[in-house]
Write a protein that binds this ligand. Structure first.
Ligand code: GDP
Length: 296
């Protein structure tokens, strides 16, 4: 699981805090300095770290904490609270349209896990009793349609594709119509990615969005990508106004900190975490549980 390094370092700091009967301002300064270094080393975005540490400092220096019988515990609780807040505070459920078809567009860089996540989401939604159509909008990668068909088969979800077409916007529109005519509950658009953010891709996604007006536009972020994740999230959010984020590959052995910054920089909730390659490896994202996992 990601964050092991971060977790270890923060726990060392917590241990020191717990070991002290009374805390001085100097002790708190030292602890927050350690927390800051641990977060930066784990690749959490610099601006996010700065605010996080300032908030902890401000709350910890209050007279109630310093005078309390268990100041160390109080500071640890403050760090936990702030970490939960950083991750979005409360879990946000992916809701369905109150009636008719729910549209969800999956976006992200190539390799971020979109196609896999499309299968995972279809599987998750089927458990909610929904009939899900997967629409193959990636016309650039030769194997993309095939890959979605394999995934669709595994989770027993129908796939709409048109291999004669090179027009993803038209495919999305046709897929939407097909979903409506055949009484699907959810239509899930698996869109193309690029290795880097590129203007043409953004325009294409904006056009698909305009044509099919999905209820959800969900960005897949690979937790292994480091600092780039923040920039990717900011740009996608600016260009197509995301409704939420899914972090993938959180099972990986990486620092993972950049992914922790994504909700803070976009203001958009993390809906799910991808925890493996299997189509059942999708977890609803609970900010408080993730904070506990990281902080021990
Ligand atoms: P796309 O290009 O965005 O559609 O990405 P894919 O769905 O093809 O995924 C790229 C690679 O990441 C594949 O090898 C997937 O099996 C893998 N992958 C996707 N999600 C996860 C995850 O949560 N954990 C792990 N370990 N691998 C994942």
């Amino acid at each position: 699981m990601a964050f092991e390094g971060l977790s270890g370092k923060l726990q060392d700091t917590f241990k020191k805090l717990r070991g002290k009967g009374k805390l001085t301002e100097k002790d708190i300064k030292e602890a927050t300095r350690e927390i800051k270094l641990a977060l930066l080393e784990a690749d959490v975005n610099f601006k996010v770290v700065k605010k996080f540490v300032a908030d902890i400092n401000e709350r910890s220096m209050g007279a109630e904490v310093l005078k309390s019988l268990t100041p160390g515990q109080q500071v640890i609780k403050i760090v936990k609270d702030e970490m939960t807040r950083l991750l979005g505070e409360k879990p946000v459920k992916l809701d369905y349209a109150s009636k008719g078809l729910t549209g969800l567009m999956l976006v992200g860089l190539q390799g971020a896990g979109k196609t896999t996540t499309a299968g995972k989401l279809a599987n998750h939604m089927k458990k909610d009793g929904k009939k899900v159509l997967l629409v193959a909008c990636d016309v650039y990668r030769p194997a993309a349609v095939k890959q979605l068909q394999v995934v669709g088969k595994q989770v027993d979800a129908e796939v709409y594709s048109d291999e004669t077409s090179k027009d993803p916007v038209q495919i999305a529109k046709d897929g939407f119509r097909f979903a409506r005519e055949h009484f699907f509950d959810v239509v899930l658009y698996d869109t193309a990615g690029r290795l880097q953010i590129d203007e043409t891709l953004m325009e294409e996604l904006a056009k698909i969005k305009e044509e099919v007006a999905p209820d959800h536009i969900v960005l897949n972020i690979d937790a292994m990508t480091g600092q780039e994740a923040v920039q990717v999230a900011e740009t996608f959010n600016e260009k197509i106004d995301l409704t939420g984020v899914i972090l993938t590959k959180l099972d990986g052995d990486t620092r993972g900190g950049a992914a922790l910054s994504v909700s803070a920089v976009t203001g958009k909730p993390i809906l799910f975490a991808g925890m493996g390659e299997k189509l059942t490896d999708l977890e609803i994202f609970y900010p408080d549980r993730m904070a506990s996992r990281i902080l021990g």
